[in-house]
Ligand binder design. Structure first.
Ligand SMILES: C[S@@+](CC[C@H](N)C(=O)[O-])C[C@H]1O[C@@H](n2cnc3c(N)ncnc32)[C@H](O)[C@@H]1O
Length: 254
């Protein structure tokens, strides 16, 4: 199954149905950002701490990785960064182009799979912003390796991702607020559930998803060469939020 292609179609559709990760920032948010009042998220709700960024981002080269939707990219451009938004979904990238045109901002958009950043030269970017999206790929190490390669020395990678804990549960039951332990981690929609069940997920408009181990997420970054310099947790947006935060954000330095 070409799950990358399928996820592209799913996200193109999610833009049409106005998924919350496809709603672009407003003119007011851009105006405030230009005055120095801005925030971005890489997890569902908590803003990335301001001190995770350098004091000024004017002229800094920023890659918003798997980050289409007209959110992080336009804010970074409004505060003076040179922004490239990379995403698998053309419709998500259209949202960034839409905001750029509306606000007179410069944003480059590139369509591709986050596991392969070969369109970019080594040591191109000062900062990579990588919101919660690696649940849509089967293996995360290529992303950490590629991010390390395209960052300048001393550059920063800010990532959001899922704690895989959510994936031990039967996901249909979890949506009803019931906690039925069923799956082993790492979880894969391609092997952990039946084809019929996966078809059901896709019919509901969900992508093909994967629950990676924390070792792949955190030690994977360290193995790629990064030093982890910041960490926080946030809600995951499921019934588990009442009991545990299932989103994680890390700041990693090359
Ligand atoms: C939850 S959204 C994150 C973007 C959003 N701007 C945000 O604020 O969090 C997940 C994004 O990952 C993208 N994506 C999924 N699979 C991808 C892949 N293999 N390569 C690049 N982007 C991918 C989707 O198209 C979607 O835009």
């Amino acid at each position: 199954m070409d799950f990358i292609k399928l996820n592209q179609q799913v996200w193109d559709k999610l833009v049409e149905t106005k998924n919350c990760w496809s709603i672009p920032v407003s003119t007011e948010e851009i105006e405030n950002a230009k005055k120095g009042d801005w925030k971005i998220v890489v997890t569902p709700s908590k803003p990335v701490p301001r001190d995770w960024f350098s004091e000024s981002l004017v002229g800094k080269k920023v890659l918003c990785l798997a980050s289409g939707g007209g959110q992080q990219g336009p804010i970074m451009a409004a505060i003076g960064a040179e922004v490239t938004v990379f995403d698998n979904s053309l419709n998500q990238l259209e949202q960034d182009k839409f905001v750029a045109k509306r606000e007179g901002l410069e944003i480059e958009t590139v369509q591709g799979d986050m596991r392969d950043l070969s369109v970019f030269e080594d040591e191109t970017f000062d900062l990579i912003i990588h919101p919660w999206s690696n649940c849509y790929i089967d293996t995360v190490f290529p992303v950490w390796k590629e991010a390390y390669r395209v960052l300048k020395k001393g550059g920063t990678l800010i990532s959001g991702f899922a704690n895989p804990f959510e994936y031990i549960f039967d996901l249909n039951e979890l949506e009803k607020g019931k906690f039925v332990v069923r799956h082993h981690i790492p979880y894969s929609d391609l092997t952990s559930v039946s084809e019929v069940e996966l078809k059901g997920f896709l019919e509901k408009g969900e992508g093909v998803c994967f629950g990676h181990t924390l070792e792949d997420q955190i030690q994977g970054q360290i193995k790629a060469g990064f030093l982890i310099a910041g960490f926080y947790e946030d809600i995951g947006g499921s019934a588990l939020d009442k009991y545990i935060n299932t989103s994680i954000a890390t700041k990693a330095i090359k």
